[in-house]
Ligand binder design. Sequence first.
Ligand code: E4P
Length: 220
Amino acid sequence: MKIFLDTANLDELRKGADWGIVDGVTTNPSLIAKEGRPLEEQVREICRIVDGDISAEVVATESAAMIREGRELARIHKNIVVKAPLTREGIKATAALSGEGIRVNVTLCFSPSQALLAAKAGAYIVSPFVGRLDDVSTNGMELIRQILTIYKNYGYPTQVLAASLRHPMHVVDAALAGAHIGTMPFKVLDQLFNHPLTDKGLDAFLKDWAKVFQETGAVR
Ligand code: E4P
């Protein structure tokens, strides 16, 4: 599974990129607004830090304007994937942009029927929001499984990006389901490293080593 960071924060992106395991970035208008810089400037910086698919979202709601915005976003950098919402206008814009060879991530997907439409429109990625479905007492991970089944049935090449992942078990379950991509906040990526037995084991290894090779001065 590809790991994307779901943030527009440059410090978080630098830290994640440093680990060498970040395949891409997803942003949305809320995440960009949080950083307080114009979208284009922020996205350019992100492209300098992470070499992979970088999703940047349109804010227009009508297809012609979405298409114009999408073209502009795609011109910023070769790694930009234009994000469009799963509305009627968004699907129309997705079909048009995909037809021009511009890669589109269809976002705010909450049902298998919506995901079918995204694939039909030629989306490069579809983003079902797991956590936001869990928030309303609906099994978000089940949606990931349903979409993967539908896409497999017909050989749709659209990648399934498990979005709105809120904790490590979401990431594990998305990987078990076979999602192509999981996007997560920096905090969740950081949590994936943690295991008390790793800390305990390393501590014991280093103490044993030190006893023989440091305290006694023996040559290793
Ligand atoms: C994905 O592209 C979205 O930006 C994101 O995953 C939304 O997550 P949230 O529901 O935690 O805001």
